[in-house]
Design a protein around this ligand. Structure first.
Ligand code: SAM
Length: 219
């Protein structure tokens, strides 16, 4: 179990100020980032990197997302405390832990077994209670649908139809879409049963979404 010192809290406050300067406005999101000790997701040797606004390798060719990206996607979700949210790409569990500051109803699915197991152990160790799943989340998690919000934390070649079908009316999907080099952040809102709106935001660089509606299938 790692400890959260005054020094770490200070570094987090500095990081939150940087995110505010970069345009993150939602006070609840900034408070969530400030509340989660990002260094808990890092090996001891890399603690200094934990509060830089950068992505970092977590093994299996994957990364813990950059704090700005986590804040940007979380802001777009506009979570209410009663929202049920699905995260595709648990990875380190950091984004999931940020989501848990905003709603207790978090479902998260990870493709890579080793990362799924590590994140599940992490949640248990710190008394966090998301619903964790191992498998291909590129087509969602239909057995627990509908979701008020869905967040995809890997770059997709397109918007999977199965994901928008798993949104409740009024719900929204936040997903980076593009080629393997760069992706535009998109928000798809289900305004009525059969009516969707699409918004496009700035460009990001994510690891590729794997699986049936992703770039490749390894399973
Ligand atoms: N949310 C993560 C975090 O906070 O650390 C970000 C992790 S990384 C940017 C994206 C993750 O998506 C990787 O762990 C990768 O294995 C996972 N992934 C890729 N394709 C997936 C799929 N089809 N289903 C579930 N997870 C997937």
């Amino acid at each position: 179990m790692q400890t959260d010192s005054y020094r770490h809290k200070g570094m987090r406050r500095t990081l939150v100020n940087q995110l505010r300067e970069k345009g993150i406005r939602d006070a609840r999101v900034l408070a969530a980032i400030e509340a989660v000790p990002r260094h808990f997701f890092f090996e001891k040797a890399f603690l200094e990197q934990a509060y830089q606004d950068k992505a970092f390798p977590i093994g299996e060719g994957q990364t813990i997302s950059q704090p700005y990206t986590v804040a940007f996607q979380t802001e777009l979700l506009n979570l209410k405390p009663t929202d049920k949210v699905l995260e595709i790409g648990t990875g380190s569990g950091y984004q999931c832990t940020v989501l848990l500051q905003l709603t207790p109803y978090v479902y998260t699915i990870e493709y890579k077994r080793a990362l799924y197991e590590k994140a599940t152990m992490f949640f248990k160790k710190y008394g966090l209670k998301p619903f964790t799943f191992h498998g291909d989340g590129s087509q969602g998690l239909p057995q627990h649908a509908p979701y008020d919000k869905i967040i995809v934390t890997a770059g997709a070649p397109g918007v999977p139809k199965s994901l928008v079908r798993q949104l409740s009316v009024g719900g929204a999907l936040v997903i980076p879409v593009g080629d393997e080099k760069t992706q535009k952040m998109m928000r798809i809102t289900r305004v009525e049963e059969n009516e969707f709106t699409k918004e496009e935001f700035s460009a990001f660089k994510f690891v590729p979404l794997l699986g049936k509606s992703g770039w490749e299938s390894e399973m």
